[in-house]
Design a protein. Structure first.
Length: 654
């Protein structure tokens, strides 16, 4: 028996063909069996994704912000991490480190950190992760809402979202005034992430039948205090009433004000307060050098011109109190040809123009942007060297936001505040209270270049220009008059004839509201003071918003296109309104040849500045040579405008 078995065995091993066939049969049988098992156990893609999500969520409770050195130390989706990596964001900033964990865990967050410290990603990352976790699709409609105070900030946030969220499949929309409402209405219900200004969003909530926010998971209020300051409190309340209570809310700002705390109380549930720089010695970035000069009102235009002439290779933002000042001074500075490109950004421009100017200034390496406070918050222009505050800011918070346009994310920057003698004491005390380190430097009036005669000549040539100068004059006075803090702002201390002359006007225009106020002040109109010119708090707020070209509470139900066409009543005798859009486009963007400029001048100023003398080298200016108008004229409309519209409901996915 044993012999037989041995023989068979020997036979098989001896016949390789048979041997192979037997092996093949066995192999095929096993393969079939494995395939069968695989078929029954193979998971669908969505199941794998769900498991991945669950694994990430399980790690949420273990997040330790102190140990998060890289973004990948947080349990974030591969898609978000890839977007961050491609956007060159490797390590989280302090505010990101401290808030992302709470936000992922579903907590409401009130986050405050200095300007330029990276608050945008601190809320965009949780927004993306929230929708990813929910496996949100186009069919699910609105999942996250980000409300910004200005169109520019909304646009910028939208661009950052497109960058870091491009590997996700969500749709995102920019819902701001100045765009086609009908077109928006058709797409808005299919949009997963909306970035908007409050007025426009409420308009959709009221008028667009298909739009609802009942499934909203996350609300972000960026620069919340500004939204309130602009008179949007009622609009915001109305919006919040339309949102589900189960949502998560994140609220961010660089400054903590009472209104933010009030808003937080109303809109956040048991929030985590993250105030990154609470213990910091200063409230502004350490890399920012801050100085102020005291200058008479009638010398301010000369000083600005002189400053620009000595900083031709720099990127500068100049802040003004009101639109009319920006409009007038922008035009005359273009004609004065300081030797640097001059751009203007304010709320009375049409939206296309605003985006065009914004992108133009982003691209330029040296230029000066004349702006109202619409550019003060959140805007992240790259490599701004200087912020010059031509007019005193309303308060220390506005100061902090304005100077925050430079010295962003570890970069250096300089800030110069121009104060009238009557503003110095009150404003500096406020800044010290807010832990702003600022030094006084001096202006040497004899060294200033006077442009008064040139302005007079321009006004003599053009009636329109003269009217603009008058409106600038009145509008500035009104802005001072409407300021709440009378310790800083006193319109009656201003030397009006000198100020008018410094704008190129031969005589100071008659300012009706000021005359009335003066009479009231001196008691002449005591009997009928209630009827004549007394403004309530609300009216003051509304006026202020109008001055800056922003939409106020009372206007929030209007379309923002209307806002662009209206103009503030300046109480100037000649009431004819200006229409910016009638100007030739080429006149709106001025470029100058900067090639022939003398670097030395800048050196002089910087060296001298440290010696406390504002020294301008008048002799070395050669107007004809330096102020050659840029030949390129108006640029093509930036691509972003097309993207902006085209991407309205386009997937973030490329
Ligand atoms: N983790 C990061 N790594 C590298 N750069 C970053 C990071 N986070 C933000 N930045 C950059 O820092 C700059 C400032 O960021 P951001 O605009 O978010 O600041 P902010 O705190 O919102 O400022 P503001 O208070 O003025 O609105 C931007 O240019 C941004 O690209």
């Amino acid at each position: 028996m044993r012999d037989k078995k041995d023989k068979e065995k020997t036979q098989i091993t001896d016949d390789p063909v048979k041997n192979f066939e037997k092996w093949k049969r066995k192999y095929n049988k096993t393969k079939k069996r494995v395939k069968q098992v695989q078929k029954t156990t193979k998971k669908r893609d969505y199941e794998v994704e769900r498991e991945t999500i669950q694994k990430l969520v399980n790690k949420y409770s273990e997040i330790n912000p102190k140990e998060a050195v890289k973004f990948s130390d947080f349990p974030l989706s591969k898609k978000t991490l890839k977007g961050l990596h491609e956007g060159q964001y490797r390590q989280p900033t302090e505010i990101q480190r401290q808030t992302i964990g709470f936000a992922l865990q579903g907590r409401d967050v009130l986050g405050a950190a200095k300007t330029g410290s990276g608050k945008t990603l601190a809320f965009l990352i949780p927004v993306l992760e929230c929708l990813y976790r929910e496996q949100w699709t186009a069919m699910d409609g609105l999942g996250a809402l980000i409300i910004s105070p200005t169109r520019e900030l909304a646009y910028q946030t939208f661009e950052v979202l497109r960058k870091v969220g491009k590997n996700h499949e969500f749709s995102a929309g920019l819902v701001i005034g100045g765009k086609d409402l009908k077109d928006e209405s058709e797409k808005i219900h299919r949009t997963n992430i909306i970035i908007c200004t409050p007025g426009r969003l409420l308009q959709h909530m009221d008028e667009t039948a298909t739009f609802h926010a009942s499934d909203l998971h996350m609300l972000v209020l960026d620069e919340a205090d500004r939204i309130l300051d602009m008179g949007f409190a009622d609009t915001l309340n109305a919006i919040i009433e339309n949102l589900p209570k189960t949502r998560q809310t994140l609220l961010f700002s660089a400054t903590q004000t009472k209104s933010v705390k009030d808003l937080a109380r109303l809109s956040l549930k048991n929030p985590e307060y993250v105030w990154v720089h609470e213990q910091a010695k200063f409230s502004t970035p350490a890399t920012l050098e801050q100085n102020y000069v005291v200058c008479e009102l009638h010398q301010k235009v000369n000083m600005l011109f002189s400053f620009l002439r000595s900083h031709l290779k720099k990127k500068i933002i100049v802040f003004f109190a009101c639109c009319k000042e920006v409009q007038y001074l922008f035009r005359v500075f273009c004609r004065l040809r300081p030797g640097i490109s001059v751009l203007a950004l304010h709320g009375k421009q049409q939206q296309m123009k605003r985006v065009e100017v914004y992108n133009d200034f982003v691209r330029k390496t040296s230029a000066v942007l004349f702006a109202t406070d619409i550019a003060a918050r959140g805007l992240d222009f790259p490599a701004v060297n200087w912020v010059l505050q031509f007019d005193c800011p309303e308060d220390a918070n506005t100061y902090i936001h304005r100077v925050g346009r430079t010295a962003r994310y570890k970069e250096g920057g300089e800030a110069l505040l121009v104060l009238l003698p009557s503003e110095e004491k009150g404003m500096i005390a406020q800044l010290q209270d807010k832990k702003v380190p600022i030094n006084k430097i001096k202006v040497n009036p004899e060294k200033l270049v006077s442009v008064q005669q040139k302005l007079e000549a321009f006004l003599a040539q053009e009636k329109e220009q003269k009217e603009r100068a008058q409106r600038c004059f009145v509008s500035y006075l009104r802005s001072v008059y409407l300021m709440k803090n009378k310790d800083v702002f006193d319109v009656f201390q201003l030397k009006l004839p000198e100020y008018a002359m410094s704008l190129g006007l031969a005589v100071a225009p008659r300012v009706r509201f000021l005359n009335k106020a003066q009479q009231q002040k001196s008691g002449v109109m005591q009997d009928n003071s209630g009827a004549a010119g007394h403004e309530s708090e609300d009216e003051l707020k509304s006026f202020k918003a109008q001055l800056k070209g922003e939409q106020s509470k009372s206007q929030s139900s209007q379309s923002e296109e209307e806002e662009e066409e209206e103009d503030d009543d300046d109480d100037v005798d000649d009431d004819e309104d200006e229409d910016e859009e009638t100007l030739k486009p080429a006149a709106l963007l001025c470029g100058f040849n900067e090639e022939d400029e003398d670097d030395q001048k800048e050196q002089d100023l910087l060296t001298v500045k440290r010696k406390d003398v504002f020294n301008i080298n008048e002799e070395s200016q050669d107007d004809d040579e330096v102020n050659k108008q840029h030949t390129s004229g108006k640029q093509d409309l930036p691509e972003c405008i097309i993207c902006l519209n085209a991407n309205y409901t386009l997937h973030l996915h490329p």
